[in-house]
Design a protein around this ligand. Structure first.
Ligand code: NDP
Length: 418
């Protein structure tokens, strides 16, 4: 675990360097490092500059203010194993809208040029790497000395506590939810902001935006818009309801999302491809279809749970399993497991359109350099692991009922194959 942990920060920097300064070529970066060794690597690594800190601070403060100030419906999260139910203000879509309008207006009215962000990207990632590490240490300390709810605890191992986190729902005061900030308002929001930044950078550098960049940016924006449209649903997923606030999820959202998730767009800035209208439209429409199917899988599961199974799935009454389980306090509860619709095809079928969508926003780069596809490969590995983790968790939660589900729906992700 430790070795994996220490590999992440250098990788973020090497990916940025290769995309921006080495023509997207892993071989070029490799040759440079072979020739110059550790000294060369240290030269590549940008120092966090004052302007990088300023950009991060202003962006973070703006998002935190929107999270606190903007109005939103009161939404309850799922009940935790200790019986705690978190309450949220669902103002994600409003924050997303205000952020994008503000950012584009700043550029349009020549108040702030987003190319400054691109030109200081290495310094920004470097600052994020160190800043987020400190943030995770503070989360660890908070978990020990001032946990926000009963959903907190130590495994007894310092490294595991730091890596997986201690608190499930850390908050500042009563209402500022830290995971909503790190995962949604900082991480996912930065994906949209950087997608627009890359587009503007290409426009300012070449006087036009290539159709490949337009397809990439549109698909990534559709995906992030879908995310904020469904943000309250995200608060019911593993990231929020099961994964504690530690290095794995928080550092990932604060550093890995802005750098790795946005990387296909970062690559396209210096590698514009002219696809032609027909091919561009085919890729765009197929990508949107994948995003829609992914959304519909999540929607189907949540609608099914919200209505207690009293809804239509693909025009029919759903087939289901009533699964009971025991909470840590010894109470017996029941959950419904949907066994028809998308959830009857495979137990994690929703990962298929998720991976395909990422492929379709990357494929406008064509196949000159593997690195553009790093996110697609990374996501595939992440989701294969996640399907296994989720299966293990559900098996230990639902026991024989999960076995029944596995008998009825035998495939993990791809129907008929895996
Ligand atoms: P979810 O948490 O939404 O779904 C899994 C949970 O749903 C299980 O833990 C279980 O929770 C419940 N469940 C499982 N089977 C059924 C069933 N048949 N019927 C009803 N409930 C069931 O999954 P994820 O968090 O993994 O995914 C959510 C979204 O986020 C997806 O769109 C996914 O593609 C996306 N995602 C994107 C990632 C990225 O990096 N781009 C990474 C991970 C996810 P319970 O305990 O309530 O029963």
């Amino acid at each position: 675990m430790l070795s994996l942990l220490s590999l992440c920060p250098p990788f973020v920097i090497l990916l940025w360097y290769t995309m921006v300064h080495a023509d997207g070529s892993v071989v070029q970066t490799w040759n440079f490092l072979k020739q110059h060794g550790l000294q060369g690597f240290l030269e590549i690594w940008p120092r966090p500059s004052a302007i990088a800190w300023k950009i991060i601070f202003v962006y973070g403060a703006f998002e935190a203010a929107l999270q606190l100030i903007l109005p939103g419906k009161r939404v309850e999260g799922p009940i935790s194993p200790t019986g705690h139910r978190p309450v949220y203000k669902a103002n994600g879509m409003a924050a997303y809208f205000v952020t994008l309008v503000t950012y584009i207006s700043l550029w349009w009215f020549e108040i702030f040029n987003p190319t400054v962000v691109y030109d200081h990207l290495g310094e920004i990632y470097s600052a994020l790497i160190f800043g987020s590490l400190i943030f995770c240490v503070l989360l660890y300390i908070k978990g020990h000395v001032a946990p926000s709810s009963t959903d907190s605890g130590s495994s007894g191992n310092l490294i595991i506590d730091f890596y997986w986190g201690m608190e499930l729902y850390p908050r500042i005061g009563k209402s500022f939810d830290i995971k909503v900030f790190t995962n949604c308002r900082f991480g996912m929001m930065s994906w949209a902001v950087l997608a627009i930044t890359y587009c503007i950078k290409q426009y300012e550098a070449n006087g036009k935006v290539s159709d490949s960049m337009l397809v990439n940016t549109t698909l990534m924006l559709v995906y992030v818009t879908k995310f904020f449209w469904w943000e309250a649903g995200y608060w019911n997923t593993m990231d929020i309801a099961h994964d504690r606030a530690g290095f794995y999820i928080c550092w990932g959202c604060l550093v890995w999302v802005p750098s790795i998730y946005t990387s296909p767009g970062m690559y396209l800035v210096n590698h514009p491809v002219n696809l032609g209208t027909q091919l561009a439209l085919y890729i765009l429409v197929t990508g949107i279809l994948c995003i829609y199917i992914n959304y519909d899988c999540d929607r189907q599961r949540q609608e099914f749970r919200r209505t207690n199974g009293k809804c239509k799935i693909w025009g029919k009454a759903p087939s289901k399993i009533e699964a009971s389980y025991t909470t840590t306090s010894g109470e017996t509860k029941t959950s419904l497991l949907l066994t028809s619709g998308w959830w009857g095809l495979a137990r994690h079928f929703h990962y298929v359109p998720e991976i395909l969508a990422s492929f379709f926003w990357t494929v406008p780069a064509l196949f000159n350099h593997f690195l553009a596809y790093f996110y697609v490969v990374y996501l595939t590995i992440l989701l294969l692991d996640r399907a296994k983790r989720d299966d293990d968790r559900c098996r230990s939660k639902y026991g024989k009922y999960w076995k029944l589900y596995c008998n009825k729906v035998p495939y993990k992700i791809i129907p008929g194959i895996y």
